[in-house]
Design a protein around this ligand. Structure first.
Ligand SMILES: Nc1nc2c(c(=O)[nH]1)N[C@H]1C(S)=C(S)[C@@H](COP(=O)(O)O)O[C@H]1N2
Ligand SMILES: [Mo]
Length: 253
């Protein structure tokens, strides 16, 4: 085998491996259709960046005095349904977070149960694709803790977040791979700036996935689903904006 072919196979294998898919380099290298399918909806350079970046590295954390005095809200600011108004009116006592899909033990977690889990707090910068940033403090259990409690199946490749809000009638959702799902800074935040999350920021619980842009940080999370494939969820591109506006599925910063 020539050196060039070896390098090409190595790169292809890396890119595929980072996508969370288990496949031999040969299987991919010899199968153009499979490779086209794998890269569909995602720019090849993005896939390579994802493969060659240290995905385990931490996002920068800031000091309390660096926190933004004002942190704007963006996108949905209230799911606006009768059901949601009822949750809000009794302080989310009846709200439950469903954890299901490819898990051994589906969970239905109350807000108090999430607050009773080991917590992580971090002061990070939120970067919106529209061009604004803000530094805030976030606290909640790691997503890893919740997924471990549910017993993630070895067939799971992506974690999908189904949200309570709709935009133009379409439910908001997002998804991440298992590298980000188990990243130490990926948390289910119920507190922001040392206070319960405000409705505009996604109360009672929103995702923080600190190595990615703002639209990946799903607010109003109702259900967390472990899946083997993103096909069949929404339009199949892994998120509300990915489906509707061709935003990158991997929005690494
Ligand atoms: N459920 C839901 N999550 C969402 C959105 C939304 O409209 N609905 N907007 C996204 C975008 S584009 C950004 S920048 C952040 C904004 O979070 P914030 O309102 O706390 O600033 O939430 C993200 N998560
Ligand atoms: Mo955003």
């Amino acid at each position: 085998m020539s050196l060039i072919l070896t390098r090409r196979r190595l790169l292809t294998g890396l890119a595929v491996g980072a996508g969370g898919l288990v496949a031999g380099c040969d299987a991919i290298g010899n199968n153009g259709t499979a490779r086209d399918t794998l890269f569909r909806g995602e720019d090849v350079h993005r896939a390579l960046q994802r493969a060659l970046t240290d995905r385990a590295a931490l996002a920068r954390e800031f000091r309390p005095e660096q926190m933004s005095p004002y942190f704007r809200t963006n996108g949905s600011r209230d799911p606006g349904t009768v059901d949601y108004a009822a949750y809000v009116s009794n302080g989310f006592a009846d709200w439950r977070l469903q954890v299901d899909g490819l898990v051994a033990h589906p969970l239905s977690l109350s807000l108090s149960q999430l607050k009773a889990m080991p917590q992580r707090a971090q002061i990070t910068r939120h970067d919106c694709v529209e061009g604004w940033s803000a530094i805030g403090k976030w606290q909640g259990p790691r997503l890893a803790t919740v997924l471990d409690a549910a017993g993630l199946s070895s067939r799971a490749r992506y974690i999908v977040f189904h949200c309570a809000d709709r935009s133009g009638g379409v439910p908001y959702y997002e998804s991440i791979d298992l590298i980000d799902a188990f990243h130490p800074q990926t948390i289910l935040a119920w507190a922001m700036n040392d206070a319960p999350l405000q409705l505009g920021h996604g109360a009672p619980v929103r995702l923080r996935v600190e190595r990615q842009l703002g639209y990946k940080h799903a607010k109003y999370v109702m259900r967390i689903e472990a899946v083997a494939s993103l096909a069949g969820i929404g339009q199949g591109k892994g998120g509300f904006w990915e489906d509707r506006a061709a935003y990158d599925w991997y929005a690494g910063i």
